[in-house]
Design a protein around this ligand. Structure first.
Ligand code: CMC
Length: 431
């Protein structure tokens, strides 16, 4: 294999070095392209652009492969839990017992939100959308805990080992508080409980009746969060890196990631799937109408939970979560008509030429909502749940940017297609 690529245009030929990743992925190093030729690459949406080197997650979308720090997602889903996977994603290795205990301790010790910060909730109407609340409250962390958010990488990296578990733990607490606030319920303070049980306690305990952990529910929540822990250079993670590249602290960078997550094509898809399944159910349709509309090709009619920007195969997380849905409902002795509709839709799409030729398969969001519904989490909270899960990935990516002493500010170029030069017209001469 050649270690240079030749790019030929007009009368000119330039050679660019080829970079090869540890899994054999190849990239043309075009960093000098503009300087040497005056040209830039046009890659709308960056689908063919490697914006960074990263050692966190490997994703092979053609073959449906996902690994964190080398470990296949299937093995992590089977043997690990969310806290351990979070540690792995952030620090690069599975923790030994001492490291794991320390990390869990830090998560527990940093779960509470201070009284001053609690007052921020009072400013929101009860009808405020959960993601709207989460974006503002996460960005306020930099104001409430400025000692971890100095916008000086060297300094912020010194406090990182505390700031990282604090961020994960507090995002979880904030999400539970958003739920309580919007339902007019008193806040429930964290207790000395494992991570997922503590979340369920803060969501569902009452001041006079403590939530009783149910092992199947705890396991399902662990799996759900674990499957969202990181996903390479997705929209929100790239946003975190972009903001971090300006030198911004971790809290601020992550809050930008939360904003990016809110869109219906990214983190908002899980609730859109449930709305779609519910309306199919309510209309008594078997999904045929939705499939036909989805094939029209318009963005507003897409089959939600299907397709992926990088997977051209089954999303491995969808396989795991689809199976977990069945198991959870069986163990809880529940049934959900929406699961039956989802399965029917999946089968119909998997046998339809439109979806087959475009390589559109279920993604993680297709089944994640059914699990959350079984856990008692309302649909409008789904995307904030995704944010808890994704926080280790955002943290790890922020750390990679902050630790890279040779990093540059992210500054893509564009192809300008607006008006060419024209002279200013005074107001009284304008039509
Ligand atoms: N339903 C119907 N048609 C689709 C769908 C869909 N869900 N997804 C893509 N297509 C069509 C699209 O219209 C295009 O058709 P054509 O070639 O005729 O123009 C073709 O498939 C290729 O689509 P694309 O627009 O190039 O796909 P993309 O890579 O830009 O978009 C996506 C990826 C995830 C935004 C898109 O598949 C989608 O909108 N899916 C539904 C929303 C969804 O489930 N999002 C969750 C993603 S996974 C969680 C996460 O990482 O955030």
């Amino acid at each position: 294999m050649s270690n240079t690529a030749l790019i030929k245009f007009d009368e000119k030929e330039i050679s660019c070095p080829v970079i090869v990743g540890t899994e054999g992925e190849k990239a043309i190093d075009a960093r000098n392209l503009r300087k040497d030729t005056g040209y830039i690459f046009y890659d709308q949406g960056y689908g063919n652009t490697g914006s960074c080197e990263s050692a966190i997650t490997y994703l092979d979308g053609d073959n449906g492969v996902l690994r964190h720090r080398g470990y296949p997602i299937e093995q992590l889903a089977l043997y690990s839990d969310y806290v351990e996977t979070a540690y792995l994603v952030i620090y690069g290795e599975l923790p030994n017992l001492k490291q794991r205990n320390k990390f869990s301790e830090l998560l527990a010790e940093n779960a509470a939100i201070g009284t001053q910060m609690q007052r921020i909730f009072d400013g929101f109407p009860e009808s405020a959308p959960p993601m709207g609340m989460l974006t503002s409250i996460v960005s306020s962390l930099a104001a409430y805990y400025p000692q971890y958010a100095t916008n000086n990488f060297e300094q912020d990296l010194k406090t990182f080992d505390l700031a990282a578990p604090m961020t994960i733990s507090r995002i979880r607490t904030i999400v539970a508080m958003i739920y309580r606030y919007r339902h007019g319920l008193p806040f429930i303070h964290p207790r000395d409980l494992p991570f997922c049980d503590n979340f369920l306690h803060m969501m569902f305990s009452d001041p006079y009746v403590a939530y009783t952990p149910i092992p199947e529910v705890t396991r399902a929540l662990n799996l759900l969060l674990l499957l969202h822990a990181d996903h390479e250079q997705n929209c929100s993670t790239s946003t975190v890196r972009m903001v971090a590249s300006s030198g911004a602290n971790m809290f601020t960078s992550i809050s930008a990631g939360v904003c990016a997550l809110s869109g219906p094509l990214h983190g908002g898809a899980n609730s859109a799937v449930m709305h779609m399944l519910q309306s199919i159910h309510d209309e008594g349709d078997d999904g045929t109408r939705f499939i036909a509309a989805a094939k029209s090709g318009t963005k507003g009619n897409r089959l939600m939970g299907f397709g992926h920007a990088v997977y051209r195969n089954y999303d491995p997380r969808a396989r795991i979560i689809g199976k977990a849905c069945d198991e959870l409902l069986n163990r809880l002795g529940k049934s959900d008509p929406l699961l039956d509709i989802a399965k029917h839709l999946e089968q119909a799409a998997l046998h339809d030429d439109y979806f087959l030729t475009r390589k559109l398969y279920p993604n993680v969001d297709f089944y994640s909502g059914i699990i959350m519904r079984a856990l008692g989490i309302p649909t409008d909270m789904f995307t904030v749940m995704f944010a808890i899960g994704r926080s280790p990935g955002w943290i790890a990516n922020w750390k990679e940017v902050a630790s890279n002493t040779k990093g540059r500010i992210y500054r893509p170029r564009q192809i300008y297609v607006g008006a060419t030069k024209r002279d200013y017209t005074p107001l009284d001469q304008r039509r």
